[in-house]
Design a protein around this ligand. Structure first.
Ligand SMILES: C[S@@+](CC[C@H](N)C(=O)[O-])C[C@H]1O[C@@H](n2cnc3c(N)ncnc32)[C@H](O)[C@@H]1O
Length: 211
């Protein structure tokens, strides 16, 4: 799932930040222990997440869709002093693997994993978010955005993964899931509370800033 040629992707990856050796272990375990390792952010997108997080220097990060913990660790590297990251994962098997790596990580005391359905959990969180990464079920994207936007401070950044949906978003006869992503992208572009762009990195990332 890559919109760059493989050689260009490898070139970018080689010359991009790769800050934490535990990411290699997570990548390996994800390929050995899960059925869908392609869901992992990977090294180039991970470098992007870390750098954006360092630029925002957030006190509170919310991640929706932990999977095996790769992106959470990338994002946590940009946390402000005493900042913390909340990450929500529905699947107990994924949460179990992520927890194992968080326990081994230098970021452990700054990451709180909540296992359950993000749609039920987000309304219970009493936090103001500086950075949000939406990367769970695509059907939920619009709901997740609606749930977090009022909990984000002005200037907060919201990142949303897979918004090019393997290039299918330009299909004039989209299947059901593609239509959901198309509608989400249109909704974000039309929302006057935010400024946004679609970054064609990997499977496409919505880069959104709350005004
Ligand atoms: C694409 S993966 C996340 C990848 C991860 N952010 C990374 O970059 O390594 C999506 C994850 O969202 C989880 N998920 C799906 N629906 C969810 C929900 N309603 N609430 C919380 N997590 C959910 C899935 O179980 C899966 O682990």
């Amino acid at each position: 799932m890559n919109n760059l040629s493989e050689a260009i992707h490898d070139y970018c990856e080689k010359l991009s930040l790769n800050p934490d050796p535990i990411l290699r272990d997570i990548d390996r375990a994800t390929h050995l222990e899960t059925l869908a390792p392609r869901m992992l952010s990977g090294s180039l997108q991970g470098a992007f997440l870390t750098l954006i997080s360092k630029m925002v220097n957030p006190k509170v990060i919310l991640e929706i869709g932990t999977f095996t913990g790769y992106s959470a660790i990338c994002l946590a590297h940009g946390l402000a002093q005493n900042g913390h990251l909340i990450t929500i994962e529905y699947n107990p098997e994924h949460a179990f693997i992520a927890e194992r790596f968080f326990n081994q990580s230098s970021m452990n005391d700054r990451i709180r994993l909540i296992q359950g359905d993000a749609k039920a959990i987000i309304p219970t969180l009493d936090s103001t978010f500086d950075l949000v990464f939406i990367d769970a079920d695509k059907e939920g994207y619009s709901v997740y955005f609606d749930l977090v936007i009022d909990k984000c401070r002005p200037g907060a950044v919201i990142l949303v993964d897979n918004v090019l949906w393997d290039g299918k978003v330009i299909d004039p006869n989209p299947d059901k899931k593609t239509k959901i992503i198309q509608d989400f992208n249109k909704k974000i572009a039309a929302d006057t509370r935010v400024e946004s762009m679609i970054l064609p990195l990997r499977d496409g990332i919505q880069l959104i800033r709350k005004k």
